[in-house]
Design a protein around this ligand. Sequence first.
Ligand SMILES: *[C@@H]1O[C@H](CO)[C@@H](O)[C@H](O)[C@H]1NC(C)=O
Ligand SMILES: *[C@@H]1O[C@H](CO)[C@@H](O)[C@H](O)[C@H]1NC(C)=O
Ligand SMILES: *[C@@H]1O[C@H](CO)[C@@H](O)[C@H](O)[C@H]1NC(C)=O
Length: 359
Amino acid sequence: MLSYKKLLTVAFFLLIFCEARRVLGTDEIPSVQESRHARALPCPIPEDILPCTCSEDVDGAIDMDCSHVESEEQLARVFTATIPFPNFRRLVISQNTHLKSLQRGALGRTSFREIYVMGSVLQEVQEGALNNSHATLTDIRIYSNNLADFPFQELPLFTSLLRLDLNHNDLAYFPVLQSDVLSYVDLGYNHISDLPSEAFRNVSQVAEVHLTGNRIQEIHTGTFAGYAKLAFVSLGDNQLFFVYPGAIQLTSLQHNTVHLHNNLISSLEVNAIAGVVEGFVSLHNNSITTLDEESLRPLVEEQVEVDLSANPLTCGCDVAWILTDDTILSLIDDDATCTSGELLVELDPQIYIDLCQIR
Ligand SMILES: *[C@@H]1O[C@H](CO)[C@@H](O)[C@H](O)[C@H]1NC(C)=O
Ligand SMILES: *[C@@H]1O[C@H](CO)[C@@H](O)[C@H](O)[C@H]1NC(C)=O
Ligand SMILES: *[C@@H]1O[C@H](CO)[C@@H](O)[C@H](O)[C@H]1NC(C)=O
């Protein structure tokens, strides 16, 4: 019979053993093969879904990686396999050079919460291709592809979709967006030239909009106005030359940011950008020559930091109101320069006091 002391020793070593397994188990990421032998469920049999691979996360979520598919037909065949647990977390297709179309029916009966297709050659997502994931998808990230067609008309059916990220693609026009839940929209680096003022009218929860790197020339009145959660707008690297009064009127109290850098804006209209409370506005590298008090004062009075660097500022009496007020000057980026080459922040305020009529 085991003595009490021996029992304690055995129990002690058992405890150490279990702890070591637990620690090691979370550190190492098992390959698909290993996890199959360790546990047949919940991934399908690896051979059945080749060249896709299934992996299970520590918290039990299962992902499908189909980066190595060689054709539309092969992808469709993979999803005819026996898939005991068809509710996946993520579908990944990365650096693939074959798949041009995500076809209707290709994903069989499976559903996904996240779809990631990146650095690949996908040109279209067919209508109905994501049918089984209408209720589950929270994230659609199809970026750095050649995407020109996406079933935007299905967006209202994606009742959990928070993030739509289609940057670096070939979208030629701004799509009709409609969703009661979508908050993050990234259509940056496409070929969009027109941004309708109604673009977000049916995306009431929109919080973050990325449209950097398109060919948009104007932002119309009301485009970014009236959205309670909107706090981030980026239209850097476009061909903007005009932002209409009332174009960007944020009401969110979060950290607001407006990026309009690398454009062709030559003057800032009164009330073109408002509500960026305690936030940041970049007008870096535009064609602004004067800093009119009527346009800029409402912004700096909201404690907005304004980046005006790389603009051809003439630094005449139009900047007197800035130079004679240290608080305002501190909100203007230190790198703002005059066409003369002098830094705005280093100009002598006395000259402006002497030579300009200060109100
Ligand atoms: C699935 O997609 C097709 C289009 O291919 C559509 O006609 C059909 O109504 C969709 N079904 C559901 C349940 O949304
Ligand atoms: C917004 O939704 C309504 C109702 O479905 C529709 O009539 C309208 O055309 C939509 N507007 C835009 C800009 O998509
Ligand atoms: C400045 O903006 C113009 C577009 O207005 C762009 O072509 C140019 O590359 C930008 N310069 C830099 C240094 O980013």
